[in-house]
Design a binder for this molecule. Structure first.
Ligand SMILES: Cc1ncc(COP(=O)(O)O)c(C=O)c1O
Length: 476
């Protein structure tokens, strides 16, 4: 799946995290690493650069690379960290909803793709063709229209999940898919584990269903810490884990295939159902489509949720769920909730997929999103305070920024909005205190001069805001 240098970077990272290298200690020379791994100097150099950009190692001029003491401290703290179930009560930052449709604001934090990035003309043609088929479009279609379900099953089979239309249920976006999965698996007061930081819609769903949450941190690097997950599953009665194993929102990180298998094994041991949200999986930045957890699932216990909101149109609300062995209970939830999804959009999306231009569109968008993310990351690292850390996404168009100190992010958020700049403060993504000094930045829109100015504007507000020193990765 990974390129060679990425695979080697993973191995070196593991050694750093497992404290094989002394705190702040020197990494072997490039030449020695090339000999150890049997690869070229160029490959090792690329691996070390990647680790440096992730803050795992630090370069010292003419001396070499050193294990980052910051990462090692984070690891120590993480080992001491015990996750506990919490009530979401009123502590979720949901003002984002009010700003969702503020088209006039610079969309620095928005995870909604720009209109110009959607295949508008083709989907319009498909909608017009679908509108002519009134005998099909004017009725209920539960669990979905046959053409849509078959098209989804074909795509699922292409990414390693052998499926037929009868395995799939159409949903109103991935959000509804996650919601009905949670509703089928839990009762009020049950505990659900989530990655932290996590897509805000997961927090909203848990709050709506009155569930308790255990946040599993993503540090030192990845969408979710497997050690903490294992700890949590052994110590609490967790009904389900909600996770994006590929190109997660907001970190952009993916798990390696090996870690995906470990995650499945950990959950299986404690009978924790996995709800996989894979909405960004098709817009990976690497060479090939990352494997969904569902492709590694041998007994139908992974519930796969996705949609075309990030690739075709969020407004069509074209999503789906592959519930595996939970099919009947989840189908009931969907039917009880709203009987079915609109047929016209399903028919149009199936028509669009049949035209064969979707993969071409994805290839184009992957490059654009990756370029946007790189440009924005460079700008943030150039203008934000020294010591700011940005994730290097494996896919999607968002990345997670951690400041070297805590500022009043909500005040900056309000100030920025008054200045018509919308960014996503960390408290939208987690209830842990550490998120207060984080924010999500998004390359879902073209990086215009206005967007560049807004990064500088934020950097200035952060600089002038009173700073509080906090530990690097305090999970609570
Ligand atoms: C990770 C993730 N899952 C789900 C959704 C919601 O997707 P949909 O519009 O398909 O409901 C989003 C939207 O931002 C997201 O980022």
């Amino acid at each position: 799946m990974n390129r060679k240098y990425q695979a080697i970077a993973e191995k070196i990272k593991k050694l750093v995290i497992d404290s094989e290298y002394r705190l702040g200690g020197k990494i072997p020379s490039i030449r020695d690493l090339a000999l150890t791994y049997g690869v070229s100097i160029t490959t090792i150099t690329a691996a070390l650069r990647l680790l440096e950009s992730q803050g795992i190692i630090e370069a010292k001029d003419r001396v070499g690379y050193f294990a980052s003491s910051r990462v090692l401290k984070d690891v120590e703290r993480h080992r001491e960290y015990e996750p506990v179930p919490k009530n979401l009560a009123d502590n979720i930052f949901i003002r984002d909803l009010a700003t969702l449709n503020q088209n006039h604001a610079v969309p620095l934090g928005s995870a909604i793709p720009a209109d110009e990035y959607l295949p508008n003309r083709q989907i319009q043609k498909s909608l017009l063709r679908a509108a002519r088929r009134t005998s099909e479009t004017l009725n209920y279609w539960f669990p979905g229209t046959p053409a849509y379900l078959s098209a989804i099953a074909r795509r699922m089979s292409n990414i390693g999940v052998n499926s037929t239309g009868s395995d799939i249920i159409a949903t109103n976006g991935a959000q509804e898919a996650v919601m009905i999965a949670l509703a089928a698996l839990t009762n009020k007061g049950d505990t659900v584990a989530i990655a932290s930081p996590s897509y805000p819609g997961i927090l909203h769903a848990l709050k709506m269903l009155e569930l308790q949450v255990v946040e599993i941190p993503c540090f030192p690097h990845g969408p979710i810490s497997l050690d903490t997950l294992e700890f949590a599953t052994r110590n609490f009665e967790i009904k389900a884990l909600c996770v994006s194993a590929n190109c997660s929102n907001p970190t952009g990180y993916s798990l390696s295939d090996e870690d995906k298998q470990s995650l499945i094994d950990i959950c299986k041991k404690s009978d924790v159902a996995i709800i996989e949200d894979d909405v960004y999986g098709d817009i990976f930045h690497g060479k090939s489509r990352p494997t969904p957890l569902k492709a590694l699932d041998t007994d139908g216990s992974v519930i796969y949720c996705s949609s075309f909101s990030k690739t075709i149109s969020p407004g069509l609300r074209a999503g789906w769920i592959h519930p595996g062995r939970h099919y009947h209970s989840i189908a009931n939830q969907k039917y009880f909730l709203n009987l079915s999804c609109p047929a016209i959009t399903q028919i149009a999306v199936a028509d669009f997929l049949d035209c064969g231009t979707y993969d071409l569109h994805l290839r184009k968008m992957r490059k654009i999103y990756q370029r946007n993310v790189n440009t924005l990351r460079d700008l943030v690292l150039r203008h934000f305070p020294e010591g700011t850390h940005c994730t290097v996404p494996d896919g999607g168009y968002v990345f997670w920024v951690t400041l070297p100190y805590t500022v009043n992010m909500e005040e900056i958020y309000e100030q920025a909005l008054r200045h018509r700049i919308y960014f996503a403060p960390g408290s939208m993504f987690s209830i842990s205190k550490s998120a207060a000094r984080c924010l999500r930045v998004s390359g879902s829109n073209p990086v215009t001069a206005q967007v560049k100015d807004s990064i500088r504007y934020l950097a200035d507000r952060i600089e002038e805001s009173p700073h509080t020193q906090t530990d690097a990765c305090e999970p609570n």
